[in-house]
Design a binder for this molecule. Structure first.
Ligand code: VGL
Ligand code: ZN
Length: 202
């Protein structure tokens, strides 16, 4: 059992991020049983759900002449463009059907504002608009977070870096994460998380 002050945060274990989904992460479905087994170890459990309106600005299809996985400059900085994914209410936005979500205390949706993407569970991609998760965790007395889910090098990494910046003690359980790995982004993510004091556990 983890300490009462440690919360488990399950990031974006959704149909579209699993094999067969719109933005499939290799092996994304393999982590589901292991995450289910970790749930009972934590008093506080938060699940996040990537939740975009149709036509979201992070979709390549919203930008003429752009293809998925190209980067563009947005008013808030560089943004990778993605295939359409996790559209609100679509089957791909649902949690993986094998994921036990009933034990969740909080399901936090993010990325629901069309002009701005949100990888992190704490801040949108302008790095300053807050999702409210920090306040929720602090009001519940949480000082440490353990992160698992998809994808290691995007939403998990951004959430871990923000949590560390906010002063939480942060562990990422890499064996319960899978990566997109665009041009070395996994190695870069692991290095930046380690550099920020995030504990990388297997
Ligand atoms: C994610 C790309 C776009 C993620 C979400 O969950 O890592 N990646 N939207
Ligand atoms: Zn997304």
């Amino acid at each position: 059992m983890a300490k009462d002050t440690d919360a488990l945060i399950v990031i974006d274990v959704q149909v579209d991020f699993c094999p067969g989904g719109a933005l499939a992460v290799a092996g994304g479905d393999e982590i589901v049983p292991g995450i289910n087994s970790r749930l009972a170890d934590f008093r506080t459990k938060v699940f996040t759900q990537d939740w975009h309106p149709a036509g979201h600005s992070s979709f390549a299809s919203s930008h003429t002449g752009k293809a998925p996985f190209e980067a563009i400059e947005m008013p808030y900085g560089p943004q990778v463009l993605w295939p359409d994914h996790c559209v609100q209410g679509s089957p791909g936005a649902a949690f993986h059907p094998g994921l036990q979500t009933d034990p969740a205390d909080l399901i936090l949706r993010k990325g629901f504002r069309a002009p701005i993407d949100s990888y992190s569970a704490f801040f949108e991609n302008d790095r300053s608009t807050r999702t409210g998760l920090e306040g929720y965790l602090r009001e519940r007395g949480i000082t440490s977070v353990t992160l698992v889910g998809l994808a290691t090098d995007f939403c998990v990494q951004y959430s871990a870096l923000d949590a560390a910046r906010l002063g939480f003690d942060v562990t990422v359980e890499l064996s319960l994460c899978r990566a997109i790995d665009l041009d070395g982004s996994l190695a870069a993510a692991n290095a930046s998380m380690a550099g920020a004091g995030v504990r990388l556990a297997e």
